[in-house]
Design a protein around this ligand. Structure first.
Ligand SMILES: C[S@@+](CC[C@H](N)C(=O)[O-])C[C@H]1O[C@@H](n2cnc3c(N)ncnc32)[C@H](O)[C@@H]1O
Length: 215
């Protein structure tokens, strides 16, 4: 299968070659049930569903969690993308199309649902702060997580603790963004290092960006 990450005319956290590198990780581990923490505008969600559909037809699930405009639990700084503040685009056509014609907030649950409508039977989108909602979700079936939500030390630690609690010793995959120097966030790196050291977990650095943890 040819792995080609598409942008769907939206903003994505995985620009250029990074989307294809992400798809290569999916292809290597070949999961059926994927969780993405930090859906943003749904581009990685859509590419993930396309990939899962190609490999499994309808026998897959995708779960996505994002604030989607709902309140965070406290005043933690999650390094929000600037784009979210006023949905600005460098491409003026996109600006007109999304802000004046559709008047659509691309980081809303409705907008992402629309993008993923072909897969409506397979997806579950959850609006909320992972510090509150992650512990309420049944994670037993999940075999691959893309961790790309809140980027503060406390949130990354919270998310890893809850994920690992359900995935421990099952050789499942947690792929964390913004760890290596290609897209470095110091609190993310520190939280991942502290967590993996404490739990004696091996970490693979992928292309100097992603930290891949096998549980
Ligand atoms: C870098 S973007 C995710 C990019 C996306 N994975 C992609 O590939 O396009 C981070 C997202 O995490 C969400 N987020 C930030 N803090 C969060 C939290 N505590 N709980 C849930 N989502 C959070 C933001 O709303 C934002 O949409």
């Amino acid at each position: 299968m040819q792995l080609k990450y598409k942008s769907y005319w939206r903003k994505s956290g995985l620009k250029g070659k990074w989307g294809n590198i992400f798809l290569e990780r999916l292809s290597k581990h070949n999961p059926k049930n994927v969780l993405e923490i930090g859906v943003f505008c749904g581009v990685t969600a859509k590419n993930t569903c396309d990939f899962l559909y190609n490999s499994n037809r309808n026998n897959f699930t995708y779960t996505g969690i994002d604030l989607f405009g709902s309140n965070q639990s406290d005043e933690r700084d999650e390094n929000k993308p600037n784009f979210l503040k006023d949905q600005k685009f460098s491409n003026p056509l996109k600006n007109i199309y999304y802000n004046y014609i559709l008047k659509e907030n691309l980081n809303s649950i409705e907008s992402v649902q629309k993008l993923l409508k072909k897969y409506s039977q397979n997806i579950k989108l959850i609006a909320g702060d992972t510090n509150k909602v992650l512990k309420e979700i049944d994670l037993q079936k999940i075999d691959f997580v893309f961790l790309d939500g809140g980027h503060s030390y406390d949130t990354v630690t919270n998310d890893l603790m809850i994920l690992y609690g359900s995935m421990k010793d099952q050789k499942k995959v947690i792929l964390c963004d913004d760890y290596g120097k290609e897209s470095y966030i110091s609190e993310v790196e520190k939280a991942i290092n502290d967590f993996t050291n404490k739990n004696n977990l091996k970490l693979n650095l992928i292309e100097n960006r992603f930290a891949e943890i096998i549980t």
